[in-house]
Design a binder for this molecule. Structure first.
Ligand code: NAG
Length: 321
């Protein structure tokens, strides 16, 4: 769905003096930032992003499988820091933490430079708004009301709210630390409240301010055509029970803001460790709790993408270049 939206936006960008593709892409990503906080049920892209960092993950998606495997082999040698021929849980966790940090730092640098080329201490909201949403000034009332205009208005509203949360001294300007919280709220404990709100809004498709069981399941699982509830995989059935048994703690049939807060991982939750455990569990063919290069290469599409496994996404990305 996001891919479709992105393609549509990229196409119309030609006509309407819309933000550059890089910025549009970030706006779209923005919508799914909060996903890092929920969803134990990994989708492939999530694993690839965690293992490689988002930028690298994109590069790998474009590669043919053989090249993707070759590069993965080189990475495995790097991860095995004590060179004993095994990737341990700790080595994998350190690696994931390193790639995440690297990605976030590069991303913040890039946007900071883009909006603040003279590297002043603060970026004002007005500067940011003009840079990112200035094109909306040229849109007619009608354009602003159609689908696309509506999407931009919502992104603007969401950015505005997030900005206020990130602005620690409430002067409507962000220094680099606050700006990092704005761009990557999932990485800043102080941004928790707004992450909860955004998570709730993402899942709450009928916009009644709370998450129903169907919205909760719909956020993590899309059934095949004609598939009924009985055909669902076991983990989805377990999630249905989780919702009834735990998530909806006051048993009113919905998750409200408080229940969403309890659900998304606590601030001290170690994402890198959880991800490392997941990857070891999935790839550890002989169950010795560490991975050989062969085990990793065997499951290469778990760790990295390639054109063969993510063909649709690779196609969509052509719009970016
Ligand atoms: C930004 O401001 C906050 C407090 O308002 C401060 O803690 C932080 O160190 C500042 N960051 C920079 C890069 O100056």
């Amino acid at each position: 769905m996001l891919t479709t939206l992105f393609v549509a936006l990229a196409v119309t960008a030609v006509f309407a003096g819309v933000p550059n593709p890089e910025e549009t892409k970030r706006l779209m990503d923005h919508l799914s930032d909060a996903e890092h906080y929920r969803n134990e049920h990994h989708n492939k892209q999530f694993d690839h992003d965690a293992f490689l960092g988002e930028d690298q993950a994109k590069t790998f998606d474009q590669l043919p499988p053989e090249e993707s495997k070759r590069r993965l082999g080189i990475i495995v040698d790097k991860i095995d820091s004590d060179q004993d021929g095994f990737v341990s849980l700790v080595e994998l966790k350190d690696w994931i933490r390193y790639t995440q940090k690297r990605y976030i730092e590069e991303d913040v640098d890039r946007h900071w430079q883009q909006h603040n080329p003279n590297n002043e201490e603060f970026i004002t909201w007005e500067t940011y708004r003009k840079n990112v949403y200035g094109f909306m000034n040229d849109m007619t009332e009608n354009e602003l009301r159609n689908n696309e205009g509506f999407t931009y208005s919502n992104l603007l509203k969401r950015d505005r709210r997030r900005w206020v949360y990130a602005d620690s001294d409430k002067d409507d300007a962000l220094n680099r630390t606050d700006f990092a919280g704005f761009l990557h709220p999932e990485d800043h404990g102080t941004m928790r409240d707004v992450v909860v709100l955004e998570t709730l809004e993402d899942i709450d498709k009928d916009k009644d301010g709370k998450v129903s069981l169907e919205e909760y399941i719909g956020d993590m699982y899309k059934p095949e055509e004609g598939e009924s509830e009985e055909d669902e995989p076991d983990w989805v059935k377990q999630e249905r029970e989780q919702f009834a048994g735990y998530r909806d703690s006051d048993k009113d049939g919905f998750m409200d803001e408080h229940e969403v807060r309890d659900w998304i991982a606590p601030a001290e939750f170690d994402h890198a460790e959880a991800e490392a455990r997941h990857l070891v569990f999935e790839a550890d063919a002989d169950a010795d709790e560490k991975l050989t290069k062969a085990e990793i290469l065997d499951k290469y599409d778990l760790f990295v993408g390639s054109q063969a496994t993510d063909f649709g996404e690779a196609l969509a990305r052509h719009d970016e270049f």
